[in-house]
Write a protein that binds this ligand. Structure first.
Ligand code: KMH
Ligand code: ZN
Length: 308
């Protein structure tokens, strides 16, 4: 059981749309303020996406990312993990552009293609604030999240060129083979960092059996030189983070993945969710790692090496 865990808060993402929660941060200022609140609560890493400030639509706009990154950097010392997953329908070039432009210490690298469906949410919402929301959710029924071996090779080359650490997003067991292949091809420094993403419609269910299987499978396929975290969607978020704490893993919370603090109570911020998982960890004698400690654990290049 690790005494120190990396606690990640995924602040806004590209899954939830503005109508689903008024607490979802949209503008660079709102996202930066959420990072500060999460940092106050003890967060180690903030995972960030960009959104159109007017409509809340997921955006790959480089200037928006620049604003978000510099505002967060000015407000708190959390490590920033930028997405290269982006939003549905973005090209791979758009998605990886943030790594090339800003050379973050850490960025997500989605380790394989999956069906990534959000359309069942449609039936639960009567009226949307913006026209794009129902269209975005409906298109996901026929959407394959593309991460081909060419994409994986190119992304790992771009990451290596910037000395950006990949946080491999693992939605399914087969993606562990993909990571092992990338390690074999070079470009991936140890420790490998795995984020097990569970409970997405199109990926593996968020069960403890699946998490144990994935960790054991990673040990067989990648060896011992990896660290891992769990990111579970919706109602499974805290149950799976609890399991991770007891298994020596790290935990990811945040409104990107779950809009609730507990059953029937929506979260007002990702910071609230950070407070909750930090409180639970402390019950087990586990403390959140500081950003400085996270840089040692993940062997990150340091904030002085980023371009924002
Ligand atoms: N939204 C999560 C399910 C990424 O941004 O690259 C996975 C994620 C991937 O955060
Ligand atoms: Zn994300």
């Amino acid at each position: 059981m690790s005494e120190k865990i990396i606690v990640t808060a995924a602040l806004t993402g590209a899954i939830h749309t503005p109508t689903m929660s008024q607490s979802l941060p949209i503008t660079p200022d709102e996202i930066a303020e959420e990072a500060r609140r999460a940092s106050e609560a003890g967060v180690t890493v903030v995972h960030v996406h960009a959104r159109d400030p007017e409509t809340g639509q997921p955006s790959a706009d480089s200037n928006l990312f620049g604003e978000i990154l510099s505002k967060i950097k000015s407000k708190c010392d959390a490590v920033i993990c930028t997405t290269t997953g982006g939003g549905f329908g973005m090209t791979v070039e758009q998605r990886v552009s943030v790594v090339k432009a800003y050379s973050p210490e850490l960025a997500s690298l989605n380790a394989g293609s999956i069906n990534f469906a959000l359309h069942p949410i449609l039936g639960k919402i009567k009226e949307f604030k913006h026209d794009w929301e129902p269209q975005y959710l409906a298109m996901s029924e026929d959407f394959i999240f593309p991460n081909t071996f060419k994409t994986l090779r190119e992304f790992s080359e771009f990451f290596a060129a910037e000395n950006t650490k990949p946080e491999f997003e693992i939605y399914d067991a087969g993606m562990l083979n993909n990571v092992a292949y990338l390690i074999q091809q070079g470009n991936i420094n140890k420790p490998v960092y795995l984020q097990f993403v569970l409970g997405i419609l199109g990926g593996m269910q968020a069960t403890i059996n699946n998490l144990v299987f994935l960790v054991n499978s990673a040990k067989e396929i990648i060896g011992d030189d990896f660290v891992w975290s769990v990111c579970a969607a919706g109602k499974d978020q805290f149950r799976m983070c609890n399991a991770a704490l007891l298994m020596g893993g790290f935990a990811r919370v945040g409104l990107e993945d779950n809009l609730y603090l507990e059953k029937g109570r929506m979260a007002e911020s990702s910071g609230e969710q950070v407070e909750k998982i930090v409180r639970i960890g402390r019950e087990h004698g586990i403390e959140p790692a500081t950003p400085v400690e996270a840089r040692e654990i993940l062997k990150l290049k340091g904030l002085d090496k980023v371009k924002y």
